[in-house]
Design a protein around this ligand. Sequence first.
Ligand code: XMP
Length: 512
Amino acid sequence: MDHILILDFGSQYTQVIARRIREAKVYCTIGRYDMSVDKIASVKPKGIIFTGGPANVYAEDAPLPDAGIFELGVPVLGICYGLQLIAHFLGGKVEPVQRREYGKGMLQVTDPACPLLEGLPESIQVWNSHGDHLTELPEGFKGVARTDNSEYAVIASAERDVYGLQFHPEVAHTPKGNIILGNFVHRICGCGEEWTMRHYIDQAVDEIRSQVGKERVILGLSGGVDSSVAAALINEAVGEQLTCIFVNNGLLRAGEAEVVQEVFGRHFNIRLKYVDASARFVELLEGVTDPERKRKIIGNTFIDVFQEATEMVGGARFLAQGTLYPDVIESVPIDGNPAALIKSHHNVGGLPEKMHMELVEPLKCLFKDEVRVLGVELGLPKEMVYRQPFPGPGLAVRVLGEVTPSRLEVLRNADKVVIEEMKASDWYYKVWQSFAVLLPVRSVGVMGDERTYDYTIALRVVESKDGMTADWVKLPPELLERISNRIINEVKGVNRVCLDISSKPPATIEWE
Ligand code: XMP
């Protein structure tokens, strides 16, 4: 299959570039900037993209690609810092700009015949973020578009098939950037439109079959998008050999266990081992208030329960997981800051190590949005595939303080109202997450003639692209009112609803 290789020079947009290329129906992978030419040649890319990055090409520790890369005869597109690399290697000149260009700008196309710019109007909005620009072109290149500040905002050498962009075509602030990226992969690199999830299913089914042969596969189903899609895909490949284990940890949302059993057990007819370990989890959580300890107990207990269940179903050679591409990309620290790589995810780790099983990870090269499309292709219900993220430790991170069965019940009922109202008002799928949090404080209220002394629910509704940063959503007051009224009227034990209006950072999405 046609393959575009993206070399990462530490850009915060590397994965965005990859997603844009895949939206153009072309397969691509991300590699570190210093990948050797031999290794590059072995993946046979039809084109190479250099990402942007925070460095300056003349800096001593500037990340540089293998110098032989331009001799491969593969088309290259350099973005921002990537354009400076082209100049650096092929004989141009980069200098600091007088006025740092950051933010929106207008690009004037000066050579509409350039294949990279085909189909663009004379002038388009672009997104800049750079402090250096090209002042002298490398030999054989010409400027094909300019901005106010930069004569050579787009450079091209048709002869060498090397192109450079001073701005970011991949971000939403460059609305026609997808045309430019599409031109690069289709017109310049000659890639076909081969990358579709329909096509992916055939390929993945073959791979799964050849990996597992006649052996058995076990998969831990959480009800989340990734494990659900992995289950449906493996079912398509080796359904008879697959057993899914679903652990009810007592920290699930209302109706969750039933939906999973309905969809996988009855609709897909997958062999499903349902383990109700809720009493065990809740007992171990008794008296525990420290958030980290809660997480540890839940994580460890999950591993124990899962191991026992695996033995009960007779064991298996393979363990399937819904690992996604962003989890396996060997990343380059963004802006030289390795901490930026650390996801805030604190997922139940350690399962594969403990289980001594071989892994089957059929989603390992997919992005989340692709997994969703795949899920729909495989026949999973839309509500399951487009559901909001839900943390592994479940409602335990939303019952602050001690987790008890009665507090869980209060939260579960409040959460149900939030989900129902968000769906009924068409807001559920527009936001990243919307949920209730139970605060461990009680306050006075009145209900009829009675004084009440009940819990407070905090309503958390955020928009986000990846969970790393988030902003609170300004829901219409009528909707907030309906949610609040329903929770206070219908959920016993609650007499107050508050709205969380903090962004992340400095707050987090979950309260814990
Ligand atoms: P925070 O609270 O760190 O959450 O801002 C960021 C995103 O991660 C989700 N989250 C988790 N997801 N296992 C998960 O799979 C976890 O343990 C976990 N903790 C938080 C959270 O819901 C939000 O989307």
